[in-house]
Design a binder for this molecule. Structure first.
Ligand code: COA
Length: 180
């Protein structure tokens, strides 16, 4: 257990019994969709789809293709972070994703989860990634600041990648090179 701001937060791996609590995870992702967060998902996820999603995480982590951590507080999921290896000729690339619930941002949780997941990715993933890569809306200032702080570099800007509030928004591709 760790303290961020005035919140007590537990950070842990996903376990099999979490499937029985899929509703907690569904609430988390749906809170982000409802808020119109700058992530890919913009529609409500059904409980059935959430169970499939969680089951898939358990399988891919077991195969060491993915590392995943969740943050919990007061019985709620308040954050998730992951790195998943790309496939075949791209399996040296770990694709990164993070989201923190409203009310738990700006307290250092995002930075902490990023540090933890990158350490875990280097230790657990097979093969060990050479690059951690992510896509971020060019307008997502908090996320870009966090990634720069973690030494990610902007390597490309791709036009018109996401539909957001009636507009097509560009993405930055950001990369962290993993030293041996
Ligand atoms: C982006 C996100 C993960 C950041 O997590 P967080 O826990 O709020 O970030 P932290 O408190 O650890 O802050 C780390 C750094 O990020 C930057 N940052 C965080 N919030 C910021 C804000 N509102 N404005 C500007 N920079 C900000 C700062 O550089 C900060 O470092 P500092 O505190 O030393 O100034 C979080 O805001 C989030 O989940 N947003 C919604 C979903 C999302 O956008 N996910 C990323 C998709 S690519």
């Amino acid at each position: 257990m760790k303290i961020f701001g005035n919140k007590k937060i537990t950070i842990r791996n996903l376990i099999k019994s979490d499937i029985k609590q899929a509703k907690k995870f569904q609430d988390f992702i749906n809170s982000l969709a409802k808020e119109d967060a700058k992530i890919l998902i913009n529609e409500k996820t059904s409980l059935k789809d959430e169970i499939i999603f969680l089951d898939n995480i358990l399988k891919t982590t077991k195969r060491r293709n993915k590392v995943f951590l969740l943050a919990e507080s007061d019985g709620n999921v308040v954050g998730t972070v992951s790195v998943e290896l790309d496939k075949f000729r791209r399996n040296h690339i770990g694709k990164f994703g993070i989201a923190i619930r409203v009310g738990y941002r700006g307290m250092g949780l995002g930075k902490y989860l990023m540090t933890e997941i990158i350490t875990l990715a280097k230790k657990e993933l097979k093969p060990k990634p050479k690059i951690i890569q992510l896509e971020v809306y060019v307008s997502n200032k908090p996320a870009i600041n966090l990634y720069k702080k973690m030494e990610f570099k902007i390597v490309a800007k791709i036009p018109k990648q996401v539909q957001y509030k009636g507009k097509l928004i560009d993405d930055f591709i950001m990369i962290l090179y993993i030293r041996k």
